[in-house]
Design a protein around this ligand. Structure first.
Ligand code: PLP
Length: 503
């Protein structure tokens, strides 16, 4: 190995070249970097390369001066990215030794901050500037050591994970499972868990579902991946998505070979009148991400009529419907049209994303094909966590956990709003009645990426609304409040209001 790195055409090979293979470990194309978020972009790219195993422990990075010169960035931009990764334990720097990778590598790397695929797929550490399916999207990294307050959306309070009940339920599951239960599990999912999910959905979401209709998955991510694969194999090329919508979901759709067709959202949710010839629509009717809007009854009917008349499938992502504070429950779209709706749910917001547990209730005629895909992809979800969750659901402990979580989150939301009380009048706060985040829309002339960067410099991480858009639209900030204390949120709210008042 050498410490050599060198510019190449419009791209720049950076890092260490493996002499035995001659391959570059990290390729950076500076034209890919958003002008106002270059440091965050660079940090994400380096972190993704470490995550994919392309840059290994001990690999030496070029000096900030040389890298900045080759990328055409200010030196401070590279210094800030290195510092961020050093503070978070990814890199270390010593006088005389330069900056080297200190992270032990992929096996110890945590999930990306927003919970959705925000970094390169393994083996594609470089991403691409062309927006291809394997593009590594930009996300603000969440270095625990540097940015004090991570208010990116989609983070539940992981310190509140009910470890004791999980431990006891796991022990109980281990004792009660028969020898034969440790053979390959039912690819559709543990029957005990499917029964509990069906009962819960009946109780909380007004859905008439039987255990035989439920497929247990590794979260919404796997449930939607299975659906996308079935659609693609059936010849579909386009899927309608909400715009703005979850950037992670948009990228997920593309990753699975479908084109994400943007459908605008207004204060009644997805503008269903804009749906066209797409094979399906992926939407968040109970709490639109990121606006927080509920899909109106009129629009629900329109989406259902569209799906029935065109043969399209409605994919209902019910990711956080349980988190309601000041508004009546909204029933699931699935209840109105089970014949054309595939409902997907998850424990990622109610308990923790790291559990990787979710469920899919497709239209009955699509069930066998989806179970076959699930079987082919992983031969079924692990039995032990499935049975433990079934026990927690049956004993009512999930419900009581959720009740406690909601009380906390309401206090946290109120603290954030309290801190933000001097937000300028031309900024509007939306989506406070439910969920784990709120949205602030900003006047047209404001650059939300720049505001997010300014806040990051003041130790507060939020997401720019423009990151979640396919077509240009109103700027804004998406701010999560579930994972921080009320005091932290009050402080963060004051800083946000201050930065906005000078925008
Ligand atoms: C809109 C949306 N849906 C679903 C999820 C959850 O996905 P999973 O269940 O795979 O963790 C997320 C996570 O952040 C999300 O933002």
């Amino acid at each position: 190995m050498t410490d050599k790195w060198f510019p190449r055409k419009s791209q720049y090979a950076v890092g260490v070249m493996d002499q035995s293979t001659g391959s570059d470990f990290l390729v950076l194309d500076p034209t890919d970097a958003p002008p106002r978020a270059r440091s965050a972009w660079l940090a994400v790219r380096i972190r993704a390369a470490i995550g994919a195993g392309a840059l290994t422990r001990g690999a030496r990075l070029p000096s900030s001066r040389l890298l900045a010169a080759d990328l055409g960035f200010a030196r401070g931009t590279v210094v800030a990215a290195y510092q961020e990764l050093t503070d978070a334990g990814w890199l270390s720097s010593q006088i005389g030794a330069g900056t080297v990778v200190s992270h032990p590598g992929p096996s110890t790397i945590n999930a990306p901050p927003t919970g959705w695929a925000t970094e390169s797929a393994p083996g594609s550490a470089t991403g691409s500037a062309t927006g291809s399916a394997t593009e590594s999207p930009l996300a603000y990294p969440s270095p625990p050591g540097r940015v004090r307050l991570n208010l990116t959306p989609g983070r539940p309070d992981l310190a509140f994970m009910p470890r004791g009940p999980w431990l006891r339920a796991t022990q109980q599951a281990m004792r009660s499972l028969a020898h034969e239960d440790f053979m390959y599990p039912d690819p559709q999912g543990d029957l005990c868990l499917r029964e509990e999910i069906a009962a819960m959905l009946h109780r909380t979401r007004g859905m008439a579902v039987e255990a035989g209709h439920v497929i247990i998955t590794a979260g919404v991510s796997q449930a939607t991946a299975l659906l996308f694969e079935v659609l693609r194999r059936g010849g579909a090329s386009d899927l309608a998505v909400e715009d703005p919508g979850s950037r992670g979901l948009h990228n997920h759709v593309r990753h699975w070979g479908l084109t994400a067709q943007p459908i605008p959202v207004d204060d009644e949710g997805l503008i269903a009148e804009c749906l066209g010839t797409e094979a399906g629509v992926l939407l968040t009717p109970a709490h639109q991400f990121p606006t927080g809007v509920v899909l109106s009854p009129r629009r629900r009917q329109h989406v259902i009529r569209w799906a029935r008349s065109t043969g399209a499938v409605i994919i209902e992502d019910d990711y956080d419907a349980e988190h309601r504070y000041d508004r009546a429950p909204v029933s699931a779209l699935h209840g109105l049209a089970p014949d054309c709706t595939a409902y997907v749910g998850t424990v990622s917001k109610t308990i923790a994303p790291g559990l990787r547990l979710g469920w899919l209730i497709p239209p009955v005629d699509r069930l066998p094909q989806l179970v076959a895909h699930k079987d082919a992809s992983d031969r079924g979800s692990p039995i032990l966590p499935q049975r433990a969750l079934a026990m927690l659901l049956r004993s009512g402990q999930v419900t009581s956990h959720l009740r406690r979580v909601k009380t906390r989150q309401r206090q946290r939301r109120d603290a954030l709003l309290d801190g933000m009380h001097s937000t300028p009048h031309d900024a509007t706060i939306h989506g406070v009645a439910a969920g784990l985040h709120l949205l602030v829309t900003l006047p047209e002339h404001v650059d939300d990426l720049r505001i997010a960067e300014e806040l990051a410099e003041r130790d507060i991480l939020v997401e720019a609304l423009s990151l979640h858009r396919i077509r240009p639209g109103h700027p804004g900030l998406v701010i999560g409040y579930a994972a921080n204390t009320p005091d932290e949120l009050r402080d963060a709210g004051r800083v946000i209001a201050d930065v906005l008042s000078r925008a």
